[in-house]
Design a protein around this ligand. Structure first.
Ligand SMILES: *Cc1c(COP(=O)(O)O)cnc(C)c1O
Length: 291
């Protein structure tokens, strides 16, 4: 497996970063998770736009431009002969000293691109649906840290994941400081009630996922189902007809039980199943060609 590291393609064993890199010391850096389907990178422009926005949010200057980043991603996919892949793009603050001050990071930020084939959850979950629980860990308030910065510090999400896993469930529903549903550990959440789709809005503290956007577009334009972004309570989730999660790594996954309550009839819902099908066909037929 070849890894892109600061302009070079190196073997996995040689893809190493200094212990003085502030990404390692402080989680000072940003990332994107991107997918390629059928020889095309899905919504690459949108992912790069969000990466550059995350960078601006933490005042980090990415040392190459978007076109060069696009080329670096394609080059890495080609080197690994991948046409269907998960792409992890990381930009760290770079090598500094033990102080927090990024001005002491002399080197330009490091860019890492890892391409691999991953499935976030077992295949069975995609077919039969999965279970989620609400955890006690709350989402960091967005007036402290914007959820839209995909930073290298995911402790909030990791603690939530650990709590779910401790309870024997693969995914956690995270609430905001006010106690409303925000999202899961790396996925956005949707519910369906009486043929209307609902999802927490950005102002509730949800990260605006690119898969989330694609699903909203498909629902509105292709299926003519109305989508409402707003405030969702746990009660709304419990009494929903359907529930599903979206994310680049997870793709679209049905949720059939939450906090020991069966959602709908306990099977992946009709609208969820339709959206999964439409998303697959959209992902396979659009995007930046790997060539
Ligand atoms: C990346 C991420 C998502 C999903 O966003 P996509 O762009 O669809 O991959 C959702 N929640 C969190 C916390 C994330 O980091």
């Amino acid at each position: 497996m070849k890894i892109y590291l600061d302009g070079e393609l190196v073997e996995k064993e040689d893809a190493k970063i200094s212990v003085f890199d502030h990404g390692f010391l402080y989680g000072d850096g940003i990332f994107e998770g991107i997918r390629a389907y059928n020889g095309r990178v899905f919504r690459l422009k949108e992912h790069l736009e969000r990466l550059w926005a995350s960078a601006k949010g933490i005042n980090l200057e990415i040392p190459i431009n978007r076109k060069e980043m696009e080329k670096a991603i394609i080059k890495t996919l080609l080197a690994n002969k991948l046409s269907d892949a998960y792409i992890r793009l990381i930009v760290t603050r770079g090598c500094g000293d033990l102080s927090l001050d990024p001005r002491n990071c002399a080197k330009p930020p490091s860019i890492v691109i890892i391409t691999d084939q991953i499935k976030l959850y077992p295949e069975e979950f995609y077919e039969k649906g999965m279970e989620a629980i609400t955890v006690s860990i709350r989402r960091i308030r967005q007036d402290s840290l914007s959820p839209n910065i995909k930073s290298l510090n995911y402790l909030n999400n990791i603690l939530a994941k650990m709590q779910a896993v401790r309870s024997g469930v693969a995914e956690a529903i995270i609430l905001n400081a006010e106690g409303y549903v925000v999202e899961c550990t790396g996925d956005n959440i949707f519910i369906v009630k009486n043929e209307v789709i609902y999802t927490p809005s950005g102002s509730e503290g949800a990260l605006i996922g690119i898969t989330r956007d694609a699903v909203i577009e498909l629902a509105k334009n292709r299926s003519k189902i109305s989508v409402k972004e707003g405030r969702i309570s746990l009660y709304d989730v419990y009494i929903a007809d359907e529930c599903f999660l979206t994310g680049t790594a997870a793709e679209i996954i049905p949720v059939v039980a939450v906090d020991s309550r069966t959602i709908g009839d306990g099977k992946p819902g009709r609208i969820t199943t339709k959206l999964i099908k439409e998303f697959k066909s959209l992902a396979r037929s659009s995007g930046t060609p790997i060539k």
